[in-house]
Design a binder for this molecule. Sequence first.
Ligand SMILES: [Ca+2]
Ligand SMILES: [Ca+2]
Length: 329
Amino acid sequence: MQIEPGRRPSVLALWLALLGLGGGCASDDVAGETDASSGPASVTMGASGASSATASTEGSGTETATTGVSAGTGGADPTSSTSQPSSSGTGEPLSCADLPLCDGFEGPAAGGPPDPSIWSVVSPNCSGLGTLAIDDQVDYRGGSSLRVDGAGGYCDHIFIANEGAMAAIAGEGSPVYGRFYLRLGAALGSGHVTFLTLRDDADGGKDLRMGGQSEILMWNRESDDATLPALSPAGIALSVQPPVDAWSCVEFMVDGANGSLRTWVDGAEVPGLEVDGEPTMDVDQQWHQKADWKPGLGDFKLGWESYAGQSMTLWFDEVALAGERIGCG
Ligand SMILES: [Ca+2]
Ligand SMILES: [Ca+2]
């Protein structure tokens, strides 16, 4: 077990470590800890051909820009589209204009906030040094993206948030599918960080959080600090390490009706990032310690939150939510 410099482990964290439960961080005052025997994951996330373009160029020169337009109103029917990406993620992605939320961050001026009709800029709990703004120097498509400069303190967090589209999808009892392009300016470190949160109104308003720990992509449940995968060497090997300075297409599905969760990166499902009906050693066994987990999602936030000191510059583009799988493209 490694303890962050200058921090003392809590008694609870020590007990968890002794019990081999690893540890995320349910709150701001618990340092993320990693098992010293857990080496870096042997799996490396492969950037797709189009998304591995250099920072200053677009992911694809032939595709037209898509701008987020129809989002946030909550009126769209997420089931209306008939085009479905194939199960392998290689089919045509859903059309942006048909989705309850779809934003390529085109339009608003560089240096300013994203479209206020879709997003609010929030710092839940407290605010500090974290900033975000439209960036017209880095993009996956269209010329602009959202840049987040997340600092290392818990109160330095900052997010963009949408509730309307989430309410429209979740209100129909549909699974919620998300898709976004992510670009990290540095590798995920050993400590716990978050770049996506989903408020679970069926779990006391606590967040489902996607981010990293032990240098891999990871989900964390704020209410009880369960991690997905478990941060054992075997669990770590079942997730991926996001590339640095390259775009990745990240997709997720959360089904509140049956309590399941899935994750894809560049169209390929990540085996360590799946919750299903069966507790699986090193994957979702911790998740099943909370009986009858059936999330009721209330919002969708992207940004940065750090619990063990890591700062990060990261970018998001082509962000979408729907009631069916969206696909990459
Ligand atoms: Ca864009
Ligand atoms: Ca399982």
